[in-house]
Design a protein around this ligand. Structure first.
Ligand SMILES: [Fe+2]
Ligand SMILES: [Fe+2]
Length: 262
C-alpha cells in the first residue's frame, strides 16, 4: 500500500477531482470574503481616518482574493458550495472568543482602542497563517496554468497585510499599549493554533471522504496535523507573537492624512 503525503501530493489530489477542488476553493473564497466584510465594517467604525483607509484597503484586498478563488471555480464551471461549520476557520475563531464578534461588527458604533487592538492582534495572528499557507501554495503551483497566477497575486498581498499588522501594532505599542498587546498576542496565538488544528482535521477528513482515502491514510494525516500542532504549541508559536518594523513603511500604500483631507 502506497500513498504520497507531501503537501504537493495532497494539493495535486485536491485539484485532480472536481468535488474536492470545489470544496477547497469554496472554503478559501468564503474565508477571504468574510475577512473582506469584517475589514469593511471595522473601517466604517474606525474614527482615525488614516487607519480607516488602511483597514478599508485590507478589506478590498480580501474581497479581491474571494473573487480570484471564485473565478477558479467558474473556470471549471463549478459553483461555490456551503462550507461545513467544522471547516469554517473564521467562525470557529469567533466562537473561540478572539477578534471582534460579528454582532458587534453589524453595529454602527465607533470602535474603542481596545477593540481596534482586538482586530489588529487577530489580524497579526491570522495573517501569519494566511501568509504561510499561500506561500506554500505559491511554491507548489508556480507556473501552473490554472492556479499559478491567482495564487501569486494573493501571496503578494498577504506579505503586505502581515507587514501592515506589525506596523500598526508597533504604533499602538509606542502609545503605551505594549503589555495588553503582548498578553493578547500570546492568548490569540494559542487559540489560533488549536483552531487551525481542528479545522485542518475537519477539512482533511472531508477531502478524504470525497477522494476515497483509506482509513490508514486519513489516520496518518490526522496524526501529522496533531504533530504539527504540538510543534507549534511548544516551539514555533512565537513566530505569531513577535513584532518588527516592516522593510517598507505603509505596506498597504494608502494615502496619508494630508492627501485624505484634501
Ligand atoms: Fe486574503
Ligand atoms: Fe490577508
Amino acid at each position: 500500500m502506497q500513498f504520497a503525503l507531501s503537501a504537493r501530493a495532497i494539493f495535486d489530489e485536491f485539484r485532480s477531482n472536481d468535488e474536492s477542488f470545489q470544496l477547497f476553493c469554496s472554503i478559501t473564497a468564503k474565508g477571504e470574503a468574510q475577512g473582506g466584510w469584517e475589514n469593511e465594517r471595522i473601517a466604517a467604525n474606525t474614527a482615525d481616518p488614516v487607519l480607516a483607509a488602511k483597514i478599508a484597503q485590507h478589506g478590498a484586498d480580501e474581497h479581491k482574493h474571494a473573487r480570484l478563488f471564485g473565478g477558479l471555480l467558474l473556470r471549471r464551471q463549478l459553483e461555490a458550495i456551503a462550507v461545513p461549520a467544522e471547516a469554517d476557520y473564521c467562525m470557529r475563531l469567533e466562537r473561540a472568543g478572539i477578534g471582534l464578534a460579528h454582532d458587534r461588527l453589524r453595529e454602527d458604533r465607533p470602535l474603542s482602542d481596545e477593540e481596534i487592538l482586538k482586530y489588529l492582534v487577530h489580524s497579526r495572528v491570522t495573517e501569519q497563517r494566511a501568509f504561510e499557507e499561500i506561500h506554500q501554495q505559491e511554491a507548489i503551483f508556480r507556473g501552473d496554468p490554472e492556479l499559478g497566477k491567482a495564487v501569486a497575486m494573493v501571496a503578494a498581498d498577504e506579505v503586505n497585510h502581515l507587514a501592515y499588522c506589525h506596523e500598526e501594532l508597533l504604533r499602538f505599542e509606542r502609545a503605551g499599549h505594549g503589555p495588553l498587546i503582548r498578553r493578547m498576542l500570546a492568548e490569540y496565538a494559542a487559540v489560533e493554533i488549536r483552531t487551525y488544528r481542528d479545522v485542518s482535521v475537519a477539512v482533511m477528513m472531508r477531502m478524504g471522504d470525497t477522494l476515497g482515502w483509506s482509513r490508514l491514510k486519513k489516520g496518518v494525516l490526522r496524526f501529522g496535523i496533531h504533530a504539527i500542532y504540538w510543534i507549534e504549541r511548544l516551539f514555533t508559536w512565537r513566530r505569531m507573537t513577535t513584532l518588527r518594523p516592516p522593510e517598507r513603511s505603509n505596506p498597504l500604500g494608502t494615502p496619508d492624512l494630508q492627501e485624505l483631507t484634501q
